[in-house]
Design a protein around this ligand. Structure first.
Ligand SMILES: NC(=O)c1ccc[n+]([C@@H]2O[C@H](COP(=O)([O-])OP(=O)(O)OC[C@H]3O[C@@H](n4cnc5c(N)ncnc54)[C@H](OP(=O)(O)O)[C@@H]3O)[C@@H](O)[C@H]2O)c1
Length: 400
């Protein structure tokens, strides 16, 4: 059995939360056995009270202290949080309709009940308290995780996560380094492994093209695929060529030097294209795949959340289903597979990645570290784009 298989098996042995009516009890029980959180009802955090540009970010010392609502949840003390382009998009309201439905499926709460909203999808920290069904982790464990966008994020002193979403942090990384990885890693894993069908045993003879290879997802995906023996070609701008070369990329195409599709069409065809750029790329990227060989195009730039933001949940989902079905069939008749990839939080995937990091196969690429008082500047930096590594916020000193 592969190591991920073993991990999943172990984790499946854990009893999962079943009844909502037990939650209040669980919460009281778990908080009553905790010495650390018993007296706390507020914590410092960066929140937004409405969607907008950077000026909606607000620091407060009075954010609600998170509580364990399900028996398989843990409270994590945040030492470092990573920022991603999705945090900037969510600050502006991206995905608000779908994420509100996920937070409140019965639509009981008033509109705007997500506020004050805490952003931040990456976390590295220490477990402060475990729900009664958490068996795989214990208080004091150093963990990392990618936080689902419908949950409160990591730009706070504490965050609540499910035991299925967290993983033991790589020992070889500091918290600041670790916070650079989970969101891009679980997105890459979901796109390449779950959607693309790649794994460590079937990559050796594969040619992979990553469009947007110098960004957060691209740099992680490159390292994972190189560790699995694939041949990796990426597109990026001229000034990132050296940076991606250091990550082990086999071939680089500078998209600023002329039409990337022309340079790429001159190359041998690919087994998989991971598209981190979107837009015009769909017009030509599927033509770069080996036809009738099971080759796949997986794009991370999908209209799913824009559709539901624009059209509402029902119409947006119908529009999305129609779009993906049409495109899938259109390309299937030409012998290639068209797929959408999505971020999927996963502790078991992070377990695998922890092993790869500790084996020296993947490194954290941190471009700049900000303090907890500089969250606004960190957002500005991510919003500018063209980063050469992740932006990380050190929330609490003393973690490393
Ligand atoms: N569907 C999902 O669940 C999901 C999850 C995560 C991310 N995403 C999406 O995936 C994309 C990548 O995320 P990320 O975190 O890696 O973003 P990022 O860090 O901003 O990286 C963007 C990358 O795109 C490159 N790029 C920009 N314009 C380009 C162009 N015209 N041609 C070729 N490359 C171009 C950049 O290269 P240079 O900097 O060298 O110019 C950089 O490598 C984003 O659109 C994000 O929204 C989707």
């Amino acid at each position: 059995m592969s190591s991920v298989g073993r991990v999943v098996h172990k984790r499946l042995l854990l009893p999962l939360s079943k009844s909502l009516c037990g939650h209040a009890v669980v919460c009281r029980q778990s908080r009553s056995i905790s010495s650390s959180s018993r007296c706390m009802s507020i914590m410092p955090a960066w929140v937004i009270d409405r969607y907008g540009s950077n000026d909606v970010l607000r620091y407060t010392k009075n954010a609600s202290f998170p509580v364990i609502n399900y028996p398989n949840e843990v409270i994590v003390k945040v030492f470092a949080a990573g920022l991603n382009p999705i945090d900037v998009s969510m600050r502006g309201g991206y995905g608000a309709n779908t994420l509100s439905m996920k937070r409140d499926p019965l639509n009981i709460k008033l509109s705007g009940s997500e506020f004050p909203l805490i952003l931040g999808r990456d976390v590295s920290g220490v477990i402060m308290e475990c729900g009664p069904d958490v068996k795989y982790f214990k208080e004091g464990d150093e963990v990392w995780a990618a936080i689902p966008p419908w949950k409160q994020g990591s730009l706070a002193e504490f965050v609540v996560l499910s035991g299925n979403e967290i993983s033991l942090k790589p020992k070889s990384l500091s918290h600041v380094e670790a916070a650079a990885i989970p969101y891009v890693a679980t997105t890459s894993w979901s796109a390449l492994v779950n959607t693309g069908g790649l794994n460590k045993d079937n990559c050796a003879s594969k040619r992979i093209l990553i469009l947007g290879g110098s960004g957060g997802v691209g740099t992680f995906a490159t390292q994972m695929l190189k560790a699995w023996g694939a041949h990796v070609t990426v597109t990026c701008s001229h000034n990132a060529e050296r940076f991606v070369g250091e990550l082990g990329v086999d071939h680089v195409v500078d998209y600023t030097a002329g039409p990337a599709e022309e340079a790429l069409s001159a190359l041998e065809k690919f087994d998989l294209v991971l598209d981190n750029v979107g837009g015009d790329t769909e017009r030509w990227a599927l033509g770069l795949l080996k036809p009738w060989s099971g080759a796949k195009y997986v794009t991370l730039v999908t209209p799913f959340l824009q559709n539901t933001d624009r059209l509402g949940i029902a119409d947006g989902m119908m529009q999305t289903a129609a779009t993906v079905a049409t495109k899938t069939i259109k390309h299937l008749v030409k012998g290639v597979h068209y797929r959408w990839g999505f971020f999927a939080p996963s502790g078991p995937a992070l377990d695998e990645i922890t092993d790869m990091v500790d084996a020296g196969q993947i490194r954290a690429v941190v471009e700049e570290v900000f303090s907890f008082s500089q969250v606004s500047q960190a957002f500005e930096k991510v919003e500018k784009g063209h980063a050469r590594g992740k932006t990380v916020i050190e929330i609490s000193k003393g973690g490393d």
